[in-house]
Ligand binder design. Structure first.
Ligand code: MGD
Ligand code: MGD
Ligand code: SF4
Ligand code: MO
Length: 667
């Protein structure tokens, strides 16, 4: 590599924005990372986290060599070994597990630590399919919301975010872009400068809620009631889009029937909103266009996740919001990219829902899980029902491999830790679940120490299992070419050759093409399904049943981390040295707590100690702790001690934000 170079990168983290990066290197060392000024959504600026990225690249916790466990599980004691030794030992142990118990005794566990196409769903999946490993259902983040979207619309696609400035009313519903989608903010600011309004629906007074026009602070988990109440009011006044709701949709009568009980009075009582607030929102929905409904993933981490997303999606149809450029419903554009899957033929082996990892490790039989291979995820910190997960990871007879960049909570439980490269050190191709750009990520420097990319790790693992056929050894750039070569018109001219010259390519779909108006509804008869998914929990009510001594615990995203990633950065820990529990002052007074007091937070799943801080973010009855801090920086446990492995109503998604807890002074 030349002494000084600048290459294009794509931010690999699990974030809506998927920024374009300019990575500057000098003498083989990355010196500066900046936002690509030419990427139309990145606009040359980055977030707090990636502005401090040099700290992460060169962090003392970075794993640079293969390590073999030398102490008790979880103690983090390791000795350095060579790749050759590590892979020979691992290969031998995996082969004997597979021959004794079968391929399903191996469980992969991975998520979106790196969103690149090669980092996940490529050579890893090919290997899992080849050995017939248990299949991981990757449900931890968006499963229920996306399942509801696919039910209603047939796929997860929404308007292009570059049309946001054309909207005149935007409803941020369970989304906190000031923390999680910072490049959406300039687009929202722009529409307000031209007279539009932005409202927020969130149980917390977030920075987003503070920034914009009006905040409806409903009780957590009551979005379904609100959406049905809004639907009823629009139906009753006749101010809805008859063609969209009745002719272009299936199931209108059922939708109307389900809205019927939700009078303004009942909706207000269940959500704790005022009838006047709800009425003002009905007025906007009935009259202001373009109308953009912008749900975040916060609405679908409750028990009635799919039902809530269905009811919100139904409003986007009832209002005909899709007719206007700048309108519609934007939750995910993840389904917009017609790339070829690199996973190879899928074997129908046993499925394990990742939210039930603790149970899988401690009680699955026939066969039991004997080997766990973790990459691009940190389940010891991020999975629910943590006490059970840690119990599983402590099993002496479980072989745990962790391919990681950092000595994370999960890596500490590994039998072998294998060093992973960072995105600035490898090739990959990135899409986005928010915008419509495909980007080539080029390495700026080689990986340090003996770190390797995910595809290279899986090539080595395949060889260690004596599987060296070409599909398991495919080359990075050949894989990228294959993913792009689908012949789909939206990818026309987007080839590897083109990306090498111009690394940021927009899908060949006009910015102002209105989904489901200018493009078809990919469902039978080309019609939306405005009736709920069959299993969604629409009827029957648990709302308002909270016992008075319990608090509703929310653990949403923080500005300074992405889940556990960045949890070990000094820049983050300077402002929040220990994990906190934000509580309304009234609640603190009632419990006799001073701000800064140490509290014990517990429920039937586990317990954790946090620093209570008086705050106007939650309302009385709700408490907040931002997700998630590292366990070993927080007395060995974090808030996922308190979250449940229970699945949401439909789609197998999480219920992270349905946790009920007791809070008391810690002695
Ligand atoms: N309480 C609570 N818990 C939550 C949530 C919540 O809101 N509240 N949110 C949930 C959600 S939405 C999600 S998506 C999950 C995320 O949970 P995880 O999937 O565990 O994600 P991270 O904590 O970001 O951990 C990603 C890990 O991947 C590593 N990594 C990054 N790039 C690479 C790579 O290229 N190769 C390899 N091998 N490793 C890499 C990083 O170092 C990091 O340790 O957490 C869930 N957990
Ligand atoms: N800085 C940063 N950026 C991130 C992440 C991060 O951890 N940090 N995580 C990334 C990942 S993995 C994801 S999935 C996305 C998620 O990003 P978002 O889509 O913004 O979702 P969340 O952060 O889960 O929650 C958003 C809001 O939902 C609110 N909420 C909680 N319960 C309810 C409810 O019952 N109803 C309503 N209406 N609102 C509710 C929360 O208070 C929160 O303010 O962000 C990604 N970007
Ligand atoms: S984390 Fe998100 S906002 Fe920050 S640089 Fe990456 S993609 Fe952009
Ligand atoms: Mo997520």
């Amino acid at each position: 590599m030349p002494a000084e170079s600048v290459v294009h990168g794509a931010c690999p983290h699990d974030c809506y924005d998927t920024c374009g990066l300019r990575v500057h290197a000098e003498d083989g060392v990355i010196r500066r990372i900046e936002g690509d000024p030419e990427h139309p959504l990145t606009r040359g600026f980055l977030c707090f986290k990636v502005n401090h990225y040099l700290e992460r690249l060169h962090h003392p916790d970075r794993v640079l060599y293969p390590l073999r466990r030398s102490g008790p599980k979880g103690a983090g004691q390791f000795v350095r070994v060579s790749w050759q030794e590590a892979m020979a030992e691992i290969g031998g142990r995996l082969q004997s597990i597979i021959s004794e118990h079968g391929g399903e005794a191996v469980l992969p566990y991975s998520f979106a630590g790196n969103m690149g196409l090669l980092a996940a769903g490529a050579l890893d999946e090919r290997l899992w399919n080849r050995i017939g490993a248990s299949r991981l259902e990757r449900t931890i983040c968006t499963a229920s919301g996306n399942a509801a979207l696919r039910w209603v619309f047939g796929k997860t696609i929404g308007p292009d975010p570059e049309t946001i400035p054309a909207a005149r009313f935007v409803l941020l519903w369970g989304q906190n872009p000031m923390a999680t989608n910072i490049h959406e903010i300039p687009l929202l600011d722009e529409l307000r400068r031209s007279g539009g309004e932005v409202w927020t629906i969130d149980p917390l007074r977030t920075d987003t809620a503070r920034r914009f026009d009006r905040h409806l602070q409903l009780d957590p988990g009551t979005d379904l009631a609100l959406a049905l109440g809004l639907g009823r009011a629009l139906l009753a006044s006749g101010r809805y889009d008859r063609e969209f709701a009745e002719e272009r949709s299936l199931g209108f009568d059922e939708y109307r029937r389900l809205c019927e009980p939700w009078t303004l009075a009942r909706t207000a009582a269940v959500t704790s909103l005022g009838q006047d607030e709800i009425g003002a929102l009905v007025e906007r929905l009935a009259s202001v266009r373009p109308l953009l409904v912008r749900p975040g993933y916060g609405v679908q981490r409750q028990q009635r996740s799919a039902a809530a997303v269905w009811a919100i999606a139904a409003l986007s149809i009832l209002t005909g919001s899709w007719r206007d450029v700048g309108g519609g419903l934007l939750m995910s554009n993840g389904g917009a990219f017609p790339l070829r899957s690199l996973a190879g033929p899928e074997r129908k082996t046993r499925a394990v829902n990742m939210l039930q990892l603790g149970e899988a490790l401690t009680s699955l039989g026939a066969p039991p899980i004997k080997a766990l291979v973790v990459y691009s995820a940190n389940p010891a910190a991020t999975a629910p029902d943590q006490a059970q997960v840690l119990r599983g990871l402590r099993r002496e007879d479980l072989l745990t491999l962790v391919h990681e960049q950092m000595m994370t909570d999960t890596a500490k439980y590994a039998d072998y830790v294998l060093p992973a490269a960072m995105s600035m050190e490898v090739w990959d191709l990135h899409t986005s679940y928010w915008h419509r750009y495909i980007q080539l990520n080029r390495p700026a420097v080689p990986p340090p120490g003996e770190a390797v990319s995910n595809p290279e790790f899986f090539r080595r693992l395949a060889r260690a299992l004596s599987l060296d056929d070409p599909e398991l050894q495919a080359d990075d750039l050949a894989l990228i070419e294959r993913a792009l070569a689908t012949g789909h018109p939206w990818l026309e001219g987007i080839t590897l050759g083109r990306l090498l010259k111009e690394p940021v390519q927009k899908l060949r779909l006009a910015t102002d093409a209105r989904p489901f108006v200018d493009t078809p509804v990919p469902l039978p008869e080309g019609r939306f399904r405005i009736m709920p998914p069959p299993e969604a929990a629409v009827e029957g009510s648990r709302e308002g049943s909270r016992a008075p001594h319990l608090f509703h615990l929310l653990t949403p995203s923080s500005r300074e981390t992405i889940k556990s990633t960045f949890g070990n950065m000094a820049s983050m820990r300077r402002s929040h040295p220990v994990p906190e529990l934000l509580m309304a002052e009234e609640d603190m007074r009632r419990l006799g707590l001073a701000s800064g007091a140490k509290v014990r937070v517990e429920n039937e799943h586990g317990a954790v100690e946090l620093k209570a801080v008086a705050s106007d973010v939650p309302r009385p009855g709700t408490v907040v702790s931002y997700a998630v801090r590292w366990n070993h920086e927080a007395s060995g446990r974090n808030v996922n001690q308190l979250t449940s492995p229970q699945l949401a109503d439909y789609g197998g998604g999480s219920t992270f934000y349905s946790a009920m807890v007791r809070v008391a002074a810690a002695d």
